[in-house]
Design a protein around this ligand. Structure first.
Ligand code: AMP
Ligand code: MG
Length: 352
């Protein structure tokens, strides 16, 4: 089911690109027609588009960079650094700079979000069968036992040296794609690209603006099934969405169980949130926050935003409300076919 979804999303996103590209008069052909690179990596479909001379070669390098990062961070590839860490039997492992940096980042974000993000949650995700697509509902006792053995605070990271207690496993699934987007965008910029859109399985990394200087128009998929909730106009930032609708199964009890786990309970987060989209300068931050704000739910996410305010958010609830932060009020347009949803703007002035 997941693959089918990603395919649909991939098609949807590539279809969205021409719609994102209305050009003004007087532009050159190279600006009008983006170079494009489509590929499957990190378990998702990616479409990278860039404008200008040298864009094609830069995109090919960016694709190579993604494969390199995938081979370092995969949980299942026996040659990956993460696999080595997860099977180190409690012994210290020396990491490459990229891997040490992303682990440091995810541990910091775990701390900052009060453990809503926890990269050691993998055994619980596995118990629910999300790693093999052989889904099952684990018993409460099984979950309690697993929860007792995990915790981001048990990971020791000193420079590039990591030590994970025996039996614990790290999974960068909640931040890896966002971080990879940052590194790919950086590489494009180093190669002189100033206008590019990286679609990483529906998560977006925008480099600069469109060639005519206007913002990229990003369509936000509805978490309720078909259609687009609205359009967001952005430049030079990341737009990352998390939702249990992305990957879930229906249990024998007829209930839906999603892939984002609340580390406090071991159960899929079930707080009335349908999806959370984060708009932030960096993909890694947007990715870490989309997952953790989904776990926190509306009140926790709103509180977190009020105390941090260095990102914007679109939170959609299952009962049809959309909460957007004030920073994107003028750049978000609700699609007319979702006009029955109630739009609320979260403002900082309210608590000052
Ligand atoms: P995302 O799609 O970025 O929200 O990441 C979701 C993926 O991260 C899941 O498929 C799991 O592999 C993993 N995951 C689930 N819950 C958590 C959590 N609370 N903290 C960190 N990773 C998680
Ligand atoms: Mg995430």
């Amino acid at each position: 089911m997941k693959r089918a979804f990603l395919l649909i999303l991939g098609l949807f996103c590539s279809m969205c690109l021409p719609a994102c590209s209305a050009f003004g008069a007087g532009e050159t052909l190279t600006e009008r027609e983006p170079s494009q690179q489509e590929f499957f990596a990190m378990d998702t479909y990616m479409t990278f588009s860039a404008y200008g001379e040298g864009a094609g070669q830069a995109l090919r390098e960016a694709e190579e960079e993604i494969y390199r990062l995938e081979s370092e961070w995969s949980v299942t590839d026996k040659g990956s650094e993460i696999y080595r860490v997860n099977h180190s039997g409690g012994m210290p492992v020396s990491l490459s700079d990229d891997t040490a940096e992303i682990i440091r980042f995810v541990l910091d974000m775990a701390e900052e979000t009060g453990g809503a993000l926890d990269p050691t949650i993998y055994p619980v995700v596995s118990a629910w069968g999300f790693t093999t697509d052989e889904n099952r509902i684990p018993s409460q006792e099984e979950l309690q036992t697993l929860l007792g053995e995990i915790g981001y605070d048990k990971v020791e990271l000193d420079g590039n040296l990591i030590r994970l207690p025996e039996g614990m496993e790290l999974d960068l699934g909640a931040v890896g794609k966002g971080y990879a987007g940052d590194l790919a965008a950086e590489l494009l910029k180093e190669n002189g690209v100033t206008s590019a859109l990286l679609d990483i399985g529906g998560n977006i990394q925008a480099v600069g603006s469109r060639p005519d200087g206007s913002g990229w128009r990003i369509a936000l998929r509805s978490p309720f099934g078909e259609g687009q909730i609205g359009v967001l106009e952005v430049s030079d930032c990341a737009v990352v969405t998390s939702g249990n609708y992305e990957r879930y199964f229906v249990g024998e009890d007829g209930r839906e169980y999603g892939h984002i786990i609340d580390p406090e309970t071991g159960y899929p987060a079930d707080n009335g949130t349908a999806s959370v989209t984060i708009i932030a300068e960096e993909g890694k931050t947007a990715d870490a926050l989309s997952t953790s704000m989904f776990v926190k739910g509306l009140s926790g996410a709103e509180e977190y935003w009020r105390t941090h305010r260095d990102f914007d958010m679109i939170l959609i609830t299952e009962d049809g409300h959309i909460y957007i932060t004030e920073g994107i009020e003028s750049s978000f347009t609700l699609n007319s076919s979702f006009a029955n949803m109630e739009l609320h703007v979260l403002e900082t002035a309210a608590d000052e």
